[in-house]
Design a protein around this ligand. Structure first.
Ligand SMILES: Cc1cc2nc3c(=O)[nH]c(=O)nc-3n(C[C@H](O)[C@H](O)[C@H](O)COP(=O)(O)OP(=O)(O)OC[C@H]3O[C@@H](n4cnc5c(N)ncnc54)[C@H](O)[C@@H]3O)c2cc1C
Length: 413
C-alpha cells in the first residue's frame, strides 16, 4: 500500500484534514464496486484512483461489453474452491442482470456461445450502473487510498482527492479494486495488500485469458492466420474455439481460455480442424482422387497459409494416393495432437484477468464478508474466482457485488 498517508495514521494530523463518516466505503469503481453500491443502501461512498469509473467495462468486448453469458454455471469459473461461487451466482443470476439491462432499455444481442453484448456501446452499461447508484451513493474519482485502520468497530481510511486528505470512518469496507491485469488501466495489487494487512491469505496470482508467447518467432510467417482448434491443457481443460497465430505466439479465444489453466513449463496440445476425422477424410480422398496434392487435400480442412507453413515441418510433399495408412495416421496425430510448449504469456500487460486472489476460505460465500473481520468484504476479480472468456467475469462481478451489497443493506451476518 502506498506510504503516502502513513503520517496521518500515526496521528500527525494535517490542518487540512477533513473527517467524515459513511455507512459503506467501497474501494474501486469498477464493475463489482459499482454494482455493489447499487444495493448497499444509503450513505455509500465509492472511490477510485482513475479519472473515469469502470474503464474495463468501457473497453470490454471490443467496446460493446460482453456483460454476461446465458449459460453461466459455477463450472465456468476457476478457484481453489470450485463450490465457493455457487451461492452468489445462484442469488444474482445472468437473468437478473439481463432484467436490469432491459429495464434501462439497453439493446443487446447474443453473439455466440451464449455471450451477450450491447448493441450500441459498453458505455450504456456504465451509464446504467451510475444511474443505479445515484440515489444512495457518492462517487469520488482521482482519489488515492492511503492507510486503512480498524478500531474493532469502524474502519478509518485516509483518502486523498484534489490535494485534500479526508479521513473516512466507515461501518463497512468493501474492497473491489480488482486484480493485476492491465496496470496501464490502473490495475494495482491493492486488494491483496489490504487482505494481507487484515491477515487474510491470498492464493498465488497469475495472468489469465492471455496470449501464449514462444522463445522464438516460429509463427511469424503465418501471423494473422486463424483457424478452429481444440486446445487441451495438461490438466485436461479443453476448449474448442478459434486459434490465432501471432508474431509472438498464439492467441484467439481457444488459447486465451487455455491460458487460464496453464502453468509455466507445461505443454498444451492443439487439435487443428477438430471437427474433422482427418484420417477418414484423407483415406476417402486417396480412394476418390489419389492424384490430388496432399497440401491441396489438407487445405480443404485448414487455411492454405497454415498448410504451407506445416509443409516445412511435416513434409507434406506428394499426392494423397501415395500415402500409406501408417503415414495418414502419423499426419493425423501431428495435426490433431500437436504438442507445444509456450515459453510464457504476454503477462499482466495484456491479460484480461488475474487467476487467484483473496483465498475463498477467508470469506463467507453468501456475503463475501471476511470471516475474521466483520464488515470487511472482498468482491469481484480481487477474489480467487476467475471466469472463462465469454461474459463470465462480469457476471461474477455482478453476483459477488450483489452478495456484499445486500448483506450490508440487510445487516446479514
Ligand atoms: C481488455 C479487457 C476486456 C475484457 N472484456 C470482458 C468482457 O467482455 N466480459 C467479461 O465478462 N469480462 C471482461 N473482462 C474482464 C473484466 O473486465 C473484469 O473481470 C472485471 O472488470 C472485474 O471487475 P472488478 O470490479 O472486480 O475490477 P475492475 O473492473 O478492474 O475495477 C477495479 C477498479 O479499482 C480501481 N483501483 C485499482 N487499484 C486501485 C487503487 N490502488 N486505488 C484506487 N482505485 C483502484 C481501478 O481503477 C478500477 O476502476 C475484460 C478485461 C479486459 C482487461
Amino acid at each position: 500500500m502506498t506510504s503516502l498517508f502513513r503520517p496521518l495514521a500515526r496521528g500527525v494530523i494535517s490542518r487540512h484534514l477533513n473527517c467524515m463518516h459513511v455507512n459503506t466505503l467501497i474501494l474501486g469503481a469498477g464493475a463489482a464496486g459499482l454494482h455493489c453500491a447499487a444495493f448497499s443502501g444509503p450513505n455509500t461512498l465509492v472511490v477510485d484512483h482513475a479519472k473515469a469509473p469502470a474503464e474495463k467495462i468501457r473497453i470490454s468486448g471490443g467496446g460493446r461489453c460482453n456483460f454476461t453469458n446465458l449459460g453461466t454455471t459455477p463450472t465456468n469459473f476457476i478457484s481453489q474452491n470450485p463450490h465457493f461461487a455457487k451461492s452468489a451466482l445462484a442469488r444474482y443470476t445472468q437473468w437478473d442482470f439481463i432484467d436490469l439491462v432491459d429495464r434501462h432499455g439497453i439493446a443487446w444481442h447474443e453473439k455466440t456461445l451464449g455471450q451477450l453484448f450491447c448493441d450500441t456501446s459498453a458505455k450504456d452499461i456504465i451509464a446504467m450502473l451510475l444511474a443505479e447508484i445515484a440515489p444512495t451513493a457518492d462517487l469520488w474519482l482521482q482519489t488515492e487510498v492511503g492507510t486503512i485502520r480498524h478500531d474493532g468497530t469502524h474502519f478509518h481510511v485516509a483518502l486523498k482527492r484534489l490535494g485534500q486528505v479526508t479521513l473516512v470512518q466507515a461501518d463497512n469496507l468493501v474492497v473491489a479494486t480488482g486484480g493485476k491485469s492491465i496496470p496501464k488501466m490502473g490495475a494495482t495489487g491493492l486488494a491483496y495488500e489490504i487482505a494481507e494487512q487484515f491477515g487474510l491469505a491470498v492464493t498465488d496470482t497469475r495472468p489469465a485469458l492471455v496470449p501464449f508467447t514462444f522463445s522464438d518467432d516460429r509463427f511469424k510467417p503465418i501471423a494473422g492466420t486463424a483457424t478452429p482448434a481444440r486446445l487441451i491443457t495438461a490438466d485436461g481443460a479443453t476448449f474448442d474455439e478459434s486459434l490465432l497465430f501471432t508474431h509472438r505466439g498464439l492467441s484467439g479465444p481457444a488459447v486465451l481460455q487455455a491460458s487460464s489453466y496453464w502453468q509455466m513449463g507445461e505443454d498444451v496440445r492443439v487439435a487443428l480442424a477438430p471437427d474433422f476425422d482427418i484420417t477418414a477424410a484423407l483415406k476417402t480422398q486417396r480412394a476418390q482422387d489419389g492424384r490430388k496434392a496432399l497440401t491441396t487435400a489438407l487445405a480443404v480442412h485448414l487455411p492454405a497459409r497454415l498448410v504451407d507453413f506445416l509443409g516445412g515441418e511435416l513434409d507434406l510433399t506428394g499426392n494423397v494416393g501415395d500415402l500409406a495408412d501408417a503415414r495418414i495416421a502419423d499426419l493425423a496425430a501431428s495435426l490433431q495432437n500437436w504438442s507445444l510448449k509456450p515459453s510464457g504469456t504476454e503477462g499482466y500487460r495484456t491479460a484480461e484477468v488475474t487467476v487467484g486472489g483473496v483465498n475463498t476460505n477467508e470469506l463467507s460465500s453468501k456475503t463475501m464478508q471476511s470471516k475474521a473481520t466483520p464488515h470487511l468484504y472482498f468482491i469481484g476479480e480481487a477474489v480467487d474466482v476467475t471466469g472463462w472468456l465469454g461474459g463470465y467475469n462480469f457476471q461474477w462481478a455482478w453476483s459477488s457485488g450483489y452478495a456484499a451489497g445486500m448483506a450490508i443493506a440487510t445487516g446479514a451476518p
